[in-house]
Design a protein around this ligand. Structure first.
Ligand code: PEP
Ligand code: MG
Length: 559
């Protein structure tokens, strides 16, 4: 048996065969009858996609089922075949013709004003990928076909890929890339899949078919499990199940701290997450990461498509739903945006900084939000704000968006406008920002990354990623105090909100709302319920004056 230590990314224990995802090169050979081969490939791909669609429908993933069904129809449609034939007539080889035809069709569809057709551009790319795989003699699903519960090992799994994983089949995963607050890790937590990231030599240490064991709380991956370790993992799983059961007692309950009501809401990235949040009786949504609507597609979502998503989220809760405007950049690129290559994307044009370059894209989202606001209590927040002028510009765009909707007599609702505090300069000038903002939400993932100057994607800098470092805590406390002084409510929506010790410290700072992944909502309510405020006053003092994060971790805050 081998034990591999990685970075703990998403808690949970699982034992299952390992599947290693190899990076593959797909090359379609030239054929005597390319047209005939394409028709046959179209039927095979269509049948495969119809099966996937039926499986998605069975799992209650309506959105995914519809997309897969549309793709199944497209695979058999003559649109792609006709375009390929034109390229073959121009003398291109089969593979080049397939790729060029797809690029051309995607560009054509993306430019159409009809949002439904524009959204089909992404499907052309995915269907052509599968056609090429079939024609190259490879399995139809990218790199793997998972038929039984497995632990995936890969160099990298993108955030968007993680969001579509089936937790019944992918019972755990390990990657070479990624830190504890990388978006892959965050999504793994939201769908409740154990994950370990940041293992540099992972792919030389594991082989498909070996029995693996994963403990996402300790960051351990075991390969070629022996019986003793298997029993040990069963014991750990039982302890987690017991903790989960204890947390469930708080489902639907409201908790308070020092007699002030505290909300524990959910972080979501899509409507599947909204359903998970409803299932856990979360107190509303504290962060909807809307950029996931914009990723992995050749054209942005239309205003109408966005209205539909935001309206569904808003009408699912009576508590406020906090929707963050798109935070594209860093480790969340959008395919349709032409951006200059940056040396360090996390310090580049990201979040609010992009809105200056893309005012129309931003105003489309603002119009969608204003229209959706009639469906519930909407709080909108802006990511990556570093200085007040950014917020002033956002407000100007918001007022333009309002005017545009008024001109067409489109009904709009009220909304609150807030700021994410995730850049140290924002925490340090929180009093000034509070003059322009209705609320603050502290993004501890980025606040830690920027305060400690440690890339959140780096697995090797884990010792600098701890949000209870006194420097990060001081920035949080500064924000909390500025919020209280200016009547500006403060919440925490970074991953630290789900860290029991950090959550306890946030309570003592006077923060009255935490937002965590859906599976953590009730566990955090249980933590808050058991806090002893007298003890916490002392612990907070010690934490803020400690030398470093390990010293803070030594403090015993449990009464
Ligand atoms: C954060 O930075 O803490 C945050 C919540 O935003 P994201 O993780 O999406 O960057
Ligand atoms: Mg952030």
């Amino acid at each position: 048996m081998r034990r591999i230590q990685g970075v703990a990314a998403s808690k949970g224990v699982a034992v299952a065969p390992i599947i290693v995802i190899e990076e593959e090169t797909v090359v379609v050979p030239n054929m005597d009858d390319p047209a005939g081969a394409l028709v046959a490939a179209g039927s095979a791909v269509s049948a495969h996609l119809s099966n996937l669609s039926a499986e998605a429908a069975e799992r209650g993933r309506k959105d995914a089922a519809e997309v897969l069904n549309a793709q199944a129809l497209m695979a058999e449609d003559s649109m792609i075949a006709d375009a390929v034939e034109e390229h073959l007539d121009d003398g291109e080889n089969f593979d080049t013709a397939l790729q060029n035809a797809a690029t051309e069709l995607q560009a054509m569809l993306a430019s159409l004003p009809d949002p439904y057709l524009a959204a089909r551009a992404a499907d052309v790319g995915e269907v052509t990928d599968r056609l090429r795989r079939h024609l190259a003699g490879l399995p139809l699903s990218k790199g793997l076909s998972i038929t039984e519960p497995s632990i995936l090992c890969a160099a990298q799994i993108t955030a968007a890929e993680t969001a579509t994983l089936d937790p019944n089949l992918v019972v755990g995963f390990a990657t070479v890339e990624g830190g504890p607050t990388s978006h892959v890790a965050i999504i793994a937590r939201s769908i409740g899949v154990p994950a370990v990231v940041g293992i540099p030599d992972l792919l030389t240490q594991v082989q498909s078919g070996e029995i693996g064991g994963i403990d996402g709380s300790t960051g351990e991956l075991f390969v070629d499990l022996d019986d003793t370790m298997r029993e040990e993992l069963e014991t750990r799983a039982a302890a987690e199940a017991a903790a989960h059961e204890a947390a469930q007692k708080f489902k639907g309950k409201r908790v308070s701290y020092r007699d002030a009501p505290v909300r524990v809401s959910a972080n979501v990235a899509n409507l599947d997450d909204v359903e998970r949040a409803v299932a856990q009786n979360a107190d509303g949504v504290g962060l909807m990461r809307t950029e996931f609507l914009f990723m992995d597609r050749p054209a942005p979502p239309s205003e109408d498509e966005q209205v539909e998503v935001y309206t569904t989220a808003l009408s699912s809760f009576s508590d406020p739903v906090v929707i963050r405007t798109f935070d594209i950049g860093g480790d969340k690129p959008a395919d349709f945006l032409e951006v200059d290559e940056e040396e360090n994307p996390f310090l580049g044009v990201r979040g609010v900084r992009l809105y200056r370059n893309e005012p129309e894209l931003f105003r489309t989202q603002l119009r969608a939000l204003l229209r959706a606001a009639v469906a519930g209590e909407l709080w909108v927040m802006i990511p990556m704000v570093a200085t007040t002028s950014e917020l002033v510009e956002v407000k100007e765009q918001l007022s333009l968006a309002r005017d545009e909707l008024a001109a067409s007599s489109t009904p709009v609702g009220d909304l609150k406008l807030g700021v994410m505090i995730e850049v140290p300069s924002a925490a340090l000038t929180a009093d000034a920002l509070a003059q322009h903002a209705d609320f603050f939400s502290i993004g501890t993932n980025d606040l830690t990354q920027y305060a400690m100057a440690a890339d959140r994607m780096s697995g090797t800098l884990e010792y600098l990623h701890d949000p209870v470092h006194p420097a990060v805590l001081a920035l949080c406390q500064m924000t909390a105090k500025a919020g209280l002084r200016n009547g500006c409510p403060v919440s925490v929506c970074g991953e630290a909100a789900a860290d029991p010790l950090a959550a306890a410290l946030f309570m003592e700072m006077g923060i009255t709302k935490l937002s965590v992944s859906a599976p953590s909502v009730n566990g955090i309510k249980a933590v808050i319920d058991q806090l002893d405020p007298e003890m916490m006053a002392e612990i907070q003092e010690q934490a803020l004056s400690a030398a470093d994060a390990p010293a803070v971790r030594m403090l015993n805050y449990r009464s």
